[in-house]
Design a binder for this molecule. Structure first.
Ligand code: RIB
Ligand code: CA
Length: 302
């Protein structure tokens, strides 16, 4: 599978992040690089998950270590929801793969961007808190200007999922999200409200290998354990927005993110603006859940 020199993925490597990478792989896309960021779990655990995912699914993209802390607020991970590894399973977990320290993410991401020919596509799929991308804006602004497309799973044009008013990726680093919102980059947002339109339940489980089945069931249990009939599909939907924007509806807007340290912290607002540089993805026009689930079948796990 050829490396997609035009694509970079930034991720806090929970199961849905891994699932998004499998969606990309099933569409023939291997990122030029994967930068890791604390979010679903502390960075050391995110790195371990990335190493385990690469080994189990033979994912070839080079891994880079990004931010272990948000820009300003204290680190708040999702381990109280997802378990200490930032993902859970009803069966086996990803293998634990030792390795030397990973190269730093920001210089690698900057080098990738600066190596682009003028006007060559340089597209980022961001699946976690935006700390790494915000640090790129500050530390390598000339590189950041080379970003031609940034698709982010994050924020909510409605209630939140990590606080009543804020979605996790936004609340995990509101200052980073606010910097991205103000940067004028070509941003496409697959928010919580879009992802909650794309769900699956026990009756939708695909035929997969044992590892994938256990991890998917562990992810489904996040919804079932809250008395819901199923679970929303988060990061794989953002991967589908990246791959097939023609299957979605969206609207131009101005994104703003609350950095006020009260119950609005991390809240995202998508104010309609026909000239806005952000597009809020509002609906899917196809069976995206089935498309995402189908990408989990057929993997040969060593
Ligand atoms: O709110 C859902 C998002 O937070 C997903 O990207 C999930 O992986 C976590 O990062
Ligand atoms: Ca994620």
């Amino acid at each position: 599978m050829s490396t997609s020199i035009t694509l970079w993925v930034d991720t806090d490597y929970g199961f849905d992040d891994l699932w998004a990478l499998l969606v990309l792989a099933r569409h023939g896309r291997t990122p030029a690089g994967i930068s890791l960021v604390a979010g679903n779990a502390p960075l050391t655990r995110v790195i371990a998950n990335a190493r385990g995912g690469a080994a189990a699914y033979d994912l070839q993209a080079p891994l880079y270590a990004g931010a272990a802390q948000p820009l300003v607020r204290p680190l708040d991970t999702a381990t109280r929801v997802l378990g200490p590894k930032g993902m859970s399973s009803r069966g086996p977990m990803l293998p634990e793969i030792p390795g030397a320290a990973l190269p730093d993410a920001i210089p690698a991401l900057a080098d990738w961007l600066l190596a682009a020919a003028p006007n060559a596509p340089r597209e980022i799929l961001a699946l976690g808190p935006l700390t790494n991308i915000a640090r790129l804006l500050t530390e390598a602004p000339e590189a950041a200007q080379k970003i031609t497309r940034l698709v982010w799973m994050g924020g909510s044009n409605g209630p939140g999922n990590h606080s009543p008013r804020a979605e996790f990726n936004a609340l995990a680093d509101p200052e980073a999200a606010a910097q991205l919102a103000a940067a004028g980059l070509p941003l496409e947002v697959a928010d919580l409200m879009l992802c909650r339109q794309v769900t699956f339940g026990p009756e939708d489980m695909p035929a997969t290998d044992v590892l994938t089945a256990g991890l998917l069931q562990g992810y489904l249990d996040i919804g079932l354990s809250r008395g819901r009939a199923g679970m929303a599909i988060y990061d794989p939907v953002a991967a589908m927005v990246y791959l097939r924007p023609d299957l979605f509806q969206s609207r131009p807007c101005d994104l703003s993110v609350s950095t006020t340290d009260d119950d609005s912290y991390g809240e995202t607002t998508f104010a309609p603006n026909p000239h806005g540089t952000t597009r809020l993805v509002t609906a899917a026009t196809d069976d995206i859940a089935q498309a995402c689930l189908a990408c989990l079948s057929g993997w040969t796990i060593p």
